[in-house]
Unconditional design. Structure first.
Length: 680
């Protein structure tokens, strides 16, 4: 029966037809009825389906009806019969004409019922009755013309949006829709022009600006020639239902006290992030954060004080994470944080340490009372290092959190002992950075950049080293990530720039004015408001150093908007700009035109394979050709063999650096190499 109803579901336009309209099954059971048809028999249209139409036929005409139904179900031509029908109230019979034809399913037919009186008189009476029905209907009725201009609304429709009828007539449909919904409505309008009737839920905007959620049944209107003339919609206000659904969803998904996602939502997001990480999208860290001493607050100050502390704790934790991270409240005193897409363990530790410090600041209990000192115990599990399964990660993070609590709280612990040991080592390293500048533990090394046309050393890249008191000479990869995570990169980078600038000044005096030193700068050093990089040009003027004596090397990420403004200022003053490691990030040749570049560095991973793989050489040739067309010079990094050097020279590369020429060396050694002029 349900299948028949769905198959026989008629066009909504007939719902408002001025004649009775029915879809009737083989057994005479009504499957659908329109408004006029239900009114004929004084029944509720919603209860009509399921009733046998024979009960509306006067007994002496039922055999005629059975014959009519049998023919109509099997005929594509219209079958007609005149008989007497009865309303649901006794003694209310009336003559009628039935017109029927099959509906295409061979299991039902469509039947039109007309009063057996003059057709013009019947039509006028039906139209008058229909106007009364539409005017008093609780559902909205909305008609638009072919240009989507409102041509008719009933009182219910106008009231639904808070307008008078005259206020809506003549106005475009899109005037009642917000910007977000207009593109969607245009797709629906296009479907109606194709003759498609639709049922959907849609949000309009009321006169007061509030959203009005509706359920619409829409039907296209075509004239006798088949031209589209507009559409008719039955509109039901479902705002109350939507509000209840949203409330139910919110209650099922979010913690009522903090407004954070609850355990169920968090579990779903964890599953999603684990799957993404399994596809090679970086590292995922799961943090369990327990706010210590909440039970003492509850017992000593009451549940309201505990709730205020939890709300404040949630705000402080939220301030430590990115918008792309997930923060949830799992239970009374435990929060969870998801950090997806990580590249460096130092990022996890920075977040964990930030949470520990923020929770450790005094928590306000009430006005006039002293702040309460609290602490946090944090457990960390890492995917895929610890596990690639969501349930195991949760268990491991919880176990690590308990270890942090047993250690006295106010700390974080990894689940894996090796990760914990590495974290402690990194913590010690990060702490040592604070002393490195004061104790002059940083050193500058320089690697020559050689002209492939002449073999001369025109440039040198300044490379930072840290002579650690116990671990020896450390390369940037061993400490720069922690300098960036702690924010110390700004101070360290400023020191490196000034040292390199002094050295550039000395070399230009002793070697020649063409000598240039390049310095690496991270996007953190170049953001608006960062003072040290703002002072670089002034420092060079103090040294009497021309701006072109220095060049800034940046990664692709620094070409984003926040750092790009500072780079533009430096370049306008005469400093040059190099794009480092081109091809290793989200590279595209459009990046070569976006940042006012002077040089492009081909990453060593491509250079190392030019001898073995023709595709890598072809890629290098393409980069070189594209850069030259844009007026840029090209530097190849990591050149280690004479074959690589020859291939790159033949490809038109301008400069090269690598161990074929020299490793990074102290300034005096580089000066000797530069004086030698020829390196190959």
């Amino acid at each position: 029966m349900q299948r028949l109803r769905e198959h026989a579901w008629y066009n909504d336009l007939f719902l408002l037809a001025p004649v009775g309209y029915f879809v009737i099954g083989l057994d005479g059971v009504v499957l659908q009825a329109n408004i006029a048809g239900a009114e004929m028999f004084a029944i509720d249209r919603r209860t009509a389906p399921g009733r046998n139409f024979r009960t509306f036929v006067a007994p002496r005409f039922r055999e005629d009806f059975d014959g009519f139904l049998s023919q109509a179900v099997n005929s594509r031509e219209t079958v007609q019969v005149r008989l007497e029908l009865e309303r649901s109230r006794p003694g209310c019979a009336f003559p009628a004409t039935l017109l029927g034809s099959e509906d295409g399913s061979a299991q039902a037919c469509r039947v039109i019922v007309e009063y057996a009186m003059g057709r013009l008189d019947a039509l006028e009476r039906s139209e008058a009755r229909l106007r009364r029905i539409v005017h008093s209907a609780v559902e909205g009725v909305w008609e638009v013309d072919a240009d989507s201009i409102t041509s008719f609304v009933n009182p219910a429709m106008a009231a639904m949006l808070g307008y008078g009828i005259e206020d809506m007539l003549g106005r475009h449909l899109m005037e009642f829709i917000d910007e977000e919904g207009r593109a969607l409505m245009e797709r629906y309008v296009a479907r109606r022009r194709q003759g498609v009737a639709d049922r959907y839920e849609f949000k309009f905007v009321g006169r007061d600006g509030a959203p009005v959620w509706t359920a619409l049944s829409t039907s296209p209107i075509f004239d006798h020639a088949g031209a589209y003339r507009g559409a008719l919609a039955l509109v039901t206000d479902i705002s109350g239902r939507r509000r209840n659904e949203e409330l139910t969803w919110a209650q099922a998904s979010f913690d009522a006290l903090t407004g954070l996602p609850n355990r169920h939502v968090f579990a779903d997001r964890l599953q999603q992030e684990v799957r993404r990480t399994g596809r090679g999208r970086g590292m995922l860290a799961l943090l369990y954060v327990e706010v210590d001493r909440l039970r003492d607050i509850h017992d000593g100050h009451g549940p309201e004080a505990r709730d205020r502390v939890l709300q404040e704790a949630s705000r402080r934790i939220a301030a430590c994470v990115r918008a792309s991270d997930t923060l949830a409240r799992l239970e009374d005193d435990t929060f969870a944080v998801l950090l997806p897409g990580l590249e460096q363990p130092a990022t996890v530790e920075r977040v964990a340490q930030d949470i520990v410090q923020r929770i450790g600041h005094g928590m306000p209990l009430a006005e006039g009372q002293a702040d309460l000192a609290l602490s946090a115990s944090i457990g960390i599990a890492v995917c895929p290092k610890d596990s690639g399964h969501a349930e195991e990660l949760q268990a491991f993070a919880e176990r690590a959190m308990r270890n942090a609590r047993r250690g006295g709280g106010n700390r974080y612990c990894y689940y894996t002992p090796e990760l914990q040991a590495s974290a402690q080592s990194r913590q010690a390293l990060a702490a040592g950075l604070r002393e490195a500048i004061e104790k002059e533990q940083f050193e500058m090394m320089y690697q020559p950049i050689v002209s492939l046309a002449t073999g001369e050393v025109h440039k040198a890249e300044a490379l930072l080293r840290w002579r650690h008191p116990t671990r020896g000479l450390l390369e940037p990869a061993e400490f720069i990530p922690y300098a960036e995570a702690s924010g110390m990169i700004v101070r360290i980078g400023d020191w490196a720039f000034r040292q390199a600038a002094r050295q550039a000044g000395e070399w230009r005096e002793r070697i020649g004015d063409g000598m240039q030193v390049t310095v690496n700068a991270s996007s953190a050093q170049l953001r608006p408001g960062i003072e040290p990089s703002r002072g670089w040009l002034g420092f060079m003027r103090e040294l009497g150093l021309a701006p072109e004596a220095m060049a800034i090397e940046v990664k692709e990420s620094a070409l984003q908007q926040d750092a790009n403004e500072r780079l533009r200022q430096l370049r306008e003053e005469g400093m040059q700009l190099l794009l480092d490691d081109f091809g290793t990030g989200l590279s595209s040749l459009s990046k070569l035109t976006a940042g006012g570049l002077d040089y492009v560095k081909i990453d060593r991973t491509f250079v190392s394979r030019v001898e073995e793989e023709g595709s890598e050489l072809a890629l290098c040739e393409a980069i070189i050709a594209a850069a030259h067309r844009l007026g840029l010079k090209v530097v190849a990094e990591g050149v280690e063999t004479r074959v690589q050097c020859a291939l790159l020279t033949d490809a038109g590369c301008d400069y090269a650096q690598g161990y074929l020429f020299s490793p990074p060396v102290p300034a005096p050694e580089l000066e000797e190499l530069a004086r030698a002029r020829m390196l190959h």
